[in-house]
Design a protein. Structure first.
Length: 145
């Protein structure tokens, strides 16, 4: 008398492919969720940086205006130049300095990565899935008869 319990049948090819497709779907959903979270994190960092930058620009602008007025009057007091010429010199110096700082800020802004690494990973996964579904339908997984 055989006391062994019957062994469960091997899963069918359709069940295996269905499982693979479900796993691929789950992976893509998780990748999309991760990409969304990464984009939200990047936006939060950009927002924080923009607020700090805005406040800093405002404070620096007020200080810069007062400093430039002081420099104009110091220049007028120690030279024989008319007041309008002193304003022109100080304004030109600050104008050139402003253009240099704007160029540096533009360069830094171009370095911000708005496409996180997860998007590239998702593209690779989609390409792999396309290759798997369009490749030869014969499976290399051994199936028991």
């Amino acid at each position: 008398m055989d006391t062994r319990s019957p062994q469960p049948a091997a899963p069918s090819l359709a069940a295996l492919l269905g499982g693979i497709m479900q796993d691929a779907k789950d992976l893509l959903v998780q990748e999309l969720t991760l990409a969304k979270l990464e984009v939200q994190d990047e936006l939060r960092q950009i927002k924080t940086a923009a607020i700090s930058l805005g406040i800093g620009i405002g404070v620096a602008a007020v200080g810069g205006m007062l400093l430039s007025l002081m420099l104009v009057h110091v220049l007028a007091a120690y030279t024989d130049m008319p007041l309008w010429g002193c304003y022109g010199i100080v304004g030109s110096v600050f104008g050139v300095l402003g253009w240099v700082l704007l160029a540096a800020g533009k360069h830094k802004g171009e370095e911000i990565d708005v496409m996180p690494q997860t998007v590239e990973t998702m593209k690779e996964n989609a390409q792999w899935l396309r290759e798997q579904t369009t490749s030869d339908t014969r499976s290399s997984i051994p199936v028991r008869p």
